[in-house]
Ligand binder design. Structure first.
Ligand code: GDP
Ligand code: MN
Length: 338
């Protein structure tokens, strides 16, 4: 049997009537994992879980990215446990490090101030590099160029259920652009001026605003203020053509030119989410209830009983974050039904 022919007995259920288990068809897709060498064993655990829960049937490739070269040990361990191809990429200098035109005195003052205010990662420069990279550069990496779809995974996350369908093919067939499992509110102190810049950009570029957009998810007053809701970007399945397209590229360049990735601490999650909510149509954003997922301290555990059973999940549905006080899923649900 070809490597792409899944073993029919591996999974017992079908999440969708048009399930692709018995098909050799694959999307042009990859996993992408940004991580450090010292996260080797946390990365091994995440990959082992997605292999056991999904990829031992589908065999999608992996791209590992790092701003320093991966060690031979890292490459050996990860290559050994995947059921597909693994590639290991070095991030170009100017895709990662703070640009020269950023005023380092000003940036340092902001880091010190946020650190003293105990804002999470407030004092970290590397965290800012990471957020800017994930906002504007990962999809331009030479190893990513050949792919259309990606599934972002981090070290030390958990996949609690069998994924008995192909999320990439689902997204492709349903004309989706962006999918999530957890959404929540952002710390306002990390993005004090972000929304003002978003509004300015949209005012100057009204042609990019999607007709049937998702503004209702990110603003409670028709765009006047940001309600801080965003999709948690440590899990993302999305179409990179959206990020590579004219609207998002101009949006990212505009935001980047304001320096807020360094003068504040803009996260890639609000940047991606705001863009998806404004430049994509709302029916192109998808919530995967079937995918049991945990990134400490939060878990999405399928609430539909048949999703839990079909996925043979290991999570306790009572730990589900979906309707927690800081979750935004209530807005998501309300909004798709209005
Ligand atoms: P959090 O999820 O917001 O708490 O942030 P993480 O520390 O998990 O970082 C997000 C992702 O970026 C993870 O996949 C990390 O492995 C990765 N990451 C964060 N900082 C760095 C860094 O300085 N270098 C590399 N190579 N990866 C990083
Ligand atoms: Mn993380």
């Amino acid at each position: 049997a070809s490597k792409l022919s899944p073993n029919k007995s591996t999974f017992t259920g079908n999440a969708f009537p048009n399930d692709q288990i018995y098909s050799d068809k694959r999307a042009n897709a990859t996993f992408v994992i940004l991580c450090r060498n010292n996260q080797l064993w946390d990365t091994v655990r995440s990959v082992r879980e997605i292999e056991d829960r999904f990829n031992n049937v589908y065999h999608y490739p992996y791209v590992f990215l790092n701003e320093v070269p991966f060690t031979e040990e890292f490459k050996y361990r990860l290559s050994s446990i995947v059921s597909s191809k693994a590639e290991f990429g070095l991030i170009p200098r100017d895709h990662w490090f703070q640009p020269d035109w950023i005023d380092e005195d000003k940036a340092k003052k902001s880091r010190d101030k946020m650190q003293s205010e105990n804002i999470i990662y407030g004092g970290s420069l590397s965290y800012r590099n990471m957020c800017r990279f994930n906002s504007g550069f990962f999809f331009r990496h030479p190893l990513m160029q050949k792919y259309k779809w990606y599934w972002r995974i981090e070290p030390d996350v958990h996949f609690h259920c069998d994924i008995t369908f192909d999320p990439f093919r689902y997204m492709e067939e349903q004309n989706k652009i962006y999918a999530f499992t957890i959404s929540m509110v952002e710390y306002e102190a990390t993005i004090p001026t972000l929304w003002g810049h978003v509004r300015d950009f949209v005012q100057k570029n009204p042609q990019y605003v999607a007709k049937n957009n998702y503004m209702g998810f990110i603003s409670d007053n028709a765009g006047e203020k940001y309600n801080l809701c965003h999709f948690w970007s440590n899990f993302e399945i999305a179409n990179m053509e959206f990020w590579r397209g004219e609207a998002y590229m101009n949006f990212f360049e505009y935001l980047d030119s304001k320096g807020g990735f360094y003068y504040e601490r803009w996260g890639d999650a609000p940047v991606h989410s705001i863009a998806a909510a404004i430049f994509a149509s709302r029916d192109q954003i998808h919530f995967f209830d079937e995918i049991g997922y945990e990134h400490a301290p939060y878990t999405h555990c399928p609430k539909e009983r048949d999703h839990w059973k079909r996925g043979r999940c290991s999570c306790n549905p009572k730990t589900n974050f979906d309707f927690d006080g800081v979750s935004c899923l209530d807005k998501y649900v309300k909004f798709i039904h209005t």
